[in-house]
Design a protein around this ligand. Structure first.
Ligand code: M6R
Length: 607
């Protein structure tokens, strides 16, 4: 996720901007830059770490007391010097930094190019600088307002101009933006930690608001220009808490970011009627219609996401779909046909086994589609087609928000493939689209019931073993819930299909042994309840993840973690959240290092 920084006051802006960007490094980035106005705006920017930018500034510092800065996490275009922010219009008089995505940037770029504009980057952001310059008619605020009216998407945009050198104009549409208030100086940032050591008084900018920042303070308006009265928020957090958005751990912060992650991963890709738009997926309807099967390969949590994909593809596409651990597939000598699509899933895009398995595809003449969170990752470079999830950098070793984004990716792929194969009719397409668009709200609802997961955590914290069961999609969620619990709480856990219990594991179910059952699949509800009864009969402690309206489970379960009623096909997205929270709270009660569990690395780049 990109970082934004701005400063206007009486000190040199350059060092303050760089310092702020360094304090936003935890957000992840692949290039950095600043622009400072001293009558003329000058820009310095560099691919890679902020140290590269600092090396440039040591040789050629930027003089001036007003400026903007940016750390970029690549979305459109590779991480290069040219694609780094800030971006200027051709005259260099209007300079912009931007977080988020301008969905209709290609149409705007084509229009500007047709009028003779030349671009120096591949980014969607550069069109903003061109538009502000084009719309400028003696009033920077009006030019920014007109620019915003032309753009679709979710973003934060910050503009400075030589024409009005005393101000910074910024707009927020979903991507975060805060204003730090100093004495005769004002700061602007995408996140509080950037300037928390300079001020504790902030204006939090809301969606669809604009802010005009000068050394004397900030004026907040709606995007339409109506005045907004915003109270000053005084922040008491320390710097470490601030990086975590006030949460105790990155994992909890990332769990709570999931509604936004879903909204961003869907942004611009799914119409209300279920039509799907995928920018880096090149294959056409003819290719899709000819497909005879799908292979999904991945490791760990990404593999569990693949299990959900497998079930969705089988159900929705009626297409044979295999999901294989990448470390198994790479040595399995699989029989993959040229008309089978390989999907490799990896948050980092750098997992060695996943890369090796993905490379099998071209040997068999089949296409490889990558689902990854990291633009320019090795997996994305190997891929024929790419679905970039937009989860932002995931810092906690235990994957949560990246997993949810992988699920969303696969629902969209299923709709795209199903439309071309004729297996998804308009009723199903609309139903899924409707459910996905409502999902951020549903996840907010689940997050508001965190106390239910805390209550379960308190009951199982001293257990020796925990079992997770479910059927179909619920089994796949049980797998993920079990992995989450074991990797951060070090409590032994195991997941299995509910029907498998009686084939062996039931021998381990005695008085008080916790068994977590996931119960969202109505078609097999009664079958799963049979397994629940088997556990209950042996004295096991039933803990359930169930819909709000499921009263039957209360007969058996000691504790229930509720999710709102929804389409069974989409329920995995909601059902995993209580299990993530459960894992988190058990680990917290056990006093573990939650974000850095023992023996594990965020990215497993060795075999
Ligand atoms: O970066 P990847 O998605 O390829 O990583 C795969 C696994 O290593 C990863 O999901 C791992 O299982 C996590 N620690 C799970 O929380």
């Amino acid at each position: 996720m990109c970082g934004i920084m701005g400063y206007v006051g009486s000190q040199q802006a350059g060092p303050i901007l760089v310092d702020g960007l360094k304090r936003l490094e935890y957000r992840g980035y692949d290039s950095a830059g600043i622009a400072v106005n001293n009558g003329t705006i000058r820009v310095q920017k560099a691919e890679g770490k902020i140290a590269n930018l600092q090396a440039l500034l040591e040789k050629d510092a930027l003089d001036g007391c007003i400026g903007i800065g940016h750390t970029r996490w690549a979305t459109h275009g590779a991480p290069t010097d040219a694609n780094a922010h800030p971006h200027a219009d051709p005259s260099g008089e209007f300079v912009v930094v931007h977080n988020g995505i301008i969905e209709n940037f290609q149409a705007i770029r084509d229009e500007l190019a047709a009028a003779g504009a030349e671009f120096s980057s591949e980014t969607d952001s550069e069109v903003l600088a061109h538009l502000v310059a084009r719309e400028y008619d003696g009033d920077l605020v009006a030019a920014v307002r007109k620019t915003v009216a032309l753009c679709e998407g979710a973003y934060a945009m910050v503009v400075i101009s030589q024409r009005e050198p005393e101000k910074i104009v910024a707009v927020r549409k979903i991507s975060p933006l805060v204003i730090g208030l100093g004495e005769g100086e004002t700061y602007l940032a995408s996140d509080i930690p950037a300037v928390l050591h300079r001020t504790r008084d902030f204006l939090i900018i809301e969606d669809d608001e604009m802010v005009i920042v000068t050394a004397e303070g900030a004026r907040v308006e709606t995007i339409e220009g109506d005045p907004v009265v915003r109270e000053v928020t005084h922040i008491d957090w320390d710097a470490e808490q601030a990086e975590k958005g006030g949460y105790d751990h990155f994992m909890l912060k990332e769990i709570h970011e999931q509604p936004t992650v879903i909204a961003e991963t869907l942004q611009g890709r799914l119409d209300e009627d279920g039509t799907v738009w995928l920018e880096d997926v090149e294959f056409d309807d003819e290719y899709i219609a000819d497909l005879t099967g799908v292979w999904i390969t991945a490791c760990g949590t990404a593999y569990h996401a693949g299990l959900i994909g497998q079930e969705i593809f089988r159900r929705v596409l009626r297409l044979p779909t295999n999901v294989e651990y990448a470390h198994e597939l790479r040595y399995a000598d699989p029989i993959i046909g040229p008309r089978e699509l390989m999907i490799a899933i990896s948050q980092s895009g750098e997992t060695a086994d996943t890369l090796a398995a993905a490379r099998i595809a071209p040997d068999h003449g089949s296409r490889m589609l990558a689902i990854t969170n990291v633009v320019g990752s090795t997996l994305s470079r190997y891929a024929d087609d790419i679905f970039y999830t937009r989860a932002g950098p995931e810092i906690s070793v235990a994957s949560t928000k990246a997993y949810i984004a992988m699920l969303i990716a696969q629902y969209l792929l299923a709709l795209r493939l199903g439309a071309a194969r004729g297996t998804v009719d308009s009723e199903l397409a609309q139903r899924v689209a409707h459910g996905l668009h409502r999902m951020p709200g549903a996840i907010e609802e689940v997050l508001s019931r965190e106390h239910e997961a805390v209550a379960v955590a308190e009951r199982i914290v001293d257990a020796d073993d925990v079992y997770f069961i479910g059927r179909g999609l619920d089994y796949a969620i049980a797998m993920e819930g079990s992995l989450k619990l074991k990797e951060i709480s070090y409590l032994h856990s195991e997941a299995m299909p509910a029907g498998e219990l009686k084939h062996g594991t039931l021998a381990l179910i005695t008085d008080g042994v916790p068994v977590v059952v996931v119960l969202t699949q109505r078609a097999v509800y009664d079958k799963t309840i049979s397994a629940v009864q088997e556990v209950k009969a042996r004295g096991g402690m039933i803990i359930a993840v169930a819909y709000d309206t499921d009263t039957e489970i209360e007969k058996y379960a000691e504790l229930v973690m509720r999710i709102p009623d929804m389409d069974d096909l989409l329920a995995p997205v909601a059902a995993v959240v209580p299990l993530q929270l459960l894992a988190y709270h058990v680990a917290r009660l056990r006093g573990h290092d939650i974000d850095q569990p023992r023996n594990l690395a965020k990215s497993v780049t060795v075999e």
